[in-house]
Design a protein around this ligand. Structure first.
Ligand code: PHE
Length: 339
């Protein structure tokens, strides 16, 4: 029996020495120490021994169990150390590799210029107002001195929802809402989306953006309008930029003007961008019509005002030399990345 035990010792030592992985170690443990293992089998036979022999053999068996257990732990530690070394050797970090950068998002060019325009006007004491995109005919036309039969309605192909409800065709609708809400002095801009039933092409889109401006106070004149717009254009395009006013017609302003800025590319000499004109139209403006003040609950005998409406897309196209309006709405990163 002693020989059997000694054989288990040497066989186990050999098996563990040869074990190349965790499975082999476990197989050896089961084979030698398991319930059906060799050592258990030997111990089962101890009943046949004489009482004197039993403790001697029992002690040896315990010793061998401890020996095999010790060998198993040693082998496990050895395998773990080998695995760790292998991992370290293969997982070398190349510190000279360029890191992976997170791509930063950025503002859409329309928002970027809108923020710029907003900060120029808030710097001049304007507040920022908003109005609904789904609007009453009353605010979009009627109260703006544009009754149902007015020919000017033809120039703005309107998306009607019902007889009285439409998608606003201009941010001028916010003028009346602003006057209803607050008493003069009023100095506000109202940026927002507007809608017209136009077919999309390089210069038209059924959805685009305007920035409305409205100033109402005692003694406001055309000179205030001109001064404000000149300050604005210089802030946006640089100190050499100039404006010019051309007579025009809007139902809600009298007199009315279309306002051009000197071409930001050639400075007014004439080039491809301004089509040889030297000037580029950027907005419509005028002195608020007395009927409009009245509709807003303001006495035109006491107060006067000016209003203007800028096309945001146009402003951005001029500023960055973008030649197709549709680019703003396609979300093509190759385009957006340039701003
Ligand atoms: N609402 C006009 C347009 O869309 C622009 C404008 C606004 C003109 C305010 C005069 C005063 O064309």
């Amino acid at each position: 029996m002693k020989e059997q035990l000694e054989k288990i010792r040497s066989d186990a030592a050999a098996a563990l020495a040869a074990a190349a992985d965790a499975e082999a170690v476990e197989a050896a443990r089961v084979a030698f120490l398991g319930k059906k293992g060799q050592l258990t089998a030997v111990l089962r036979g101890m009943g046949a021994l004489s009482p004197e022999q039993r403790p001697v053999v029992g002690q040896l068996a315990n010793e061998i169990r401890a020996f095999v257990e010790g060998e198993i732990e040693k082998k496990k530690a050895e395998l773990a150390e080998k695995a760790r070394a292998k991992k370290l050797a293969s997982g070398v970090i190349d510190v000279t590799m360029p890191g992976r950068r997170n791509k930063a998002g950025r503002l859409h060019p329309l928002n970027k210029v809108l923020e710029e325009v907003t900060s120029i006007f808030t710097g001049m004491g304007f507040t920022v107002a908003e109005g609904p995109e789904v609007e009453l005919d009353y605010y979009n036309f009627e109260a703006l001195n544009t009754p149902a039969d007015h020919p000017a309605r033809d120039s703005q192909d309107t998306f009607y929802i019902t007889d009285k409800i439409l998608l606003r065709t201009q941010t001028s609708s916010v003028q009346i809402r602003a006057m209803e809400k607050s008493k003069p002095p009023i100095r506000m801009i109202a940026p927002g989306r507007v809608f017209r039933s136009d077919t999309a092409d390089a210069t038209h889109s059924p959805v685009f953006h305007q920035i409305e401006g409205l100033v109402v106070d005692k003694g406001i004149t055309m000179a205030n309008l001109k001064g404000t717009l000149e300050t604005f254009v210089k802030a946006l395009y640089g100190p050499d930029a100039r404006i010019r006013l051309r007579p025009h017609h809007f139902p809600f302003t009298e007199p009315s003007a279309e306002v051009d800025a000197s071409c930001f590319v050639c400075g007014g000499k004439g080039c491809g961008v301004c089509k040889g004109e030297g000037w580029i139209e950027i907005l419509g403006a005028g002195m608020v019509h007395p009927n409009v003040l009245r509709a807003g609950g303001i006495d035109p005998e006491e107060y006067s005002g000016f209003a203007f409406g800028l096309g945001l897309e146009r402003l951005v196209m001029i500023k960055y030399g973008v030649d197709d309006l549709r680019l703003f709405y396609e979300n093509d990163l190759r385009f957006l990345k340039q701003f």
